[in-house]
Design a binder for this molecule. Structure first.
Ligand code: URA
Ligand code: SF4
Length: 244
């Protein structure tokens, strides 16, 4: 999990070619019934060096037409959210739980999510992000099965070896305007969550025997508080926080 944080250029090259290999397979994929209804598959896009992976639900109409993730109305809001903390879309990597549009924008079905999961697994392994931002409930269920969005949004959580930062789906805020404010409030916590996750990862890297059990949870909470403090004291201006 931590090799990237040692920063080898060989690994960077590896990530880029792995991601394009996965994208090529996705574009040709017929592993689930969504293949028949799509115009274009949407593998995902972003920076191969990033520490932040954002995972939505599945392509909508505009995504299906262009082959790019989050370029419709929900995407516009996601772009605004990312910019509101001084980041850009090109600083993160954006993808979805399913890579092809469900007909009529219906919810993706369990067999489709399962079939497509292998691509997301591989993208995740290639990027090895410090934080996965889940957008909406399908993405949340993948990383934190059984978790409720109302109880977890805007908080750094741990899922196996990954740090997860659950957020509401931007499309939900298009229908329910009170969620818009919640989304902007939650994403303001993301830079501190990223620092906290990185700190915990470094600590575990340095002391791999202390990873197991409750100790890991405690160290996340502690690191989060430290990171939040340093942000507040101005030690880390949002704009200066490197994402790579
Ligand atoms: N909604 C999603 O979940 N993903 C997209 O790419 C676009 C809209
Ligand atoms: Fe393949 Fe995923 Fe598209 Fe299904 S949704 S056809 S598994 S790429």
């Amino acid at each position: 999990m931590n090799e990237k944080h040692g920063g080898s250029s060989g690994r960077r090259m590896g990530t880029e070619s792995l991601l394009s290999e996965i994208a090529a397979e996705v574009r040709a994929c017929t592993r689930c019934p969504l293949a028949t209804g799509r115009t274009m598959a949407v593998p995902g896009e972003g920076n191969e060096l990033t520490d932040v992976l954002m995972v939505g639900e599945g392509p909508g109409g505009r995504e299906d037409a262009t082959g790019r993730p989050f370029v419709g109305p929900a995407g516009q809001l996601l772009t605004e959210l990312i910019r509101s903390i001084g980041w850009e879309r090109r600083d993160v990597f954006i993808t979805n739980v399913v890579k092809c549009r469900p007909p009529g924008n219906r919810d993706p079905q369990p067999d489709e999510i399962a079939a497509c999961g292998a691509y997301l697994d591989r993208q995740e392994r290639a990027l090895d992000p410090a934080v996965v931002v889940t957008l909406g409930r399908y993405s949340l269920q993948r990383y934190l099965p059984g978790a409720r969005i109302g109880a977890t949004h805007g908080q750094l959580r741990r899922s196996g070896g990954r740090f997860v930062f659950p957020m509401y789906h931007p499309a939900a805020a298009l229908h329910q305007s009170s969620l818009r404010e919640t989304l902007f409030r939650d994403i303001r916590e993301l830079p501190a969550a990223l620092l906290a996750a990185r700190q915990a990862i470094e600590e575990e890297h340095a002391a791999p025997l202390s990873v197991a059990g409750d100790g890991a949870e405690a160290s996340v909470a502690g690191a989060s508080a430290d990171a939040a403090d340093s942000l507040r004291s101005g030690a880390n201006d949002d704009h200066q926080l490197t994402l790579f």
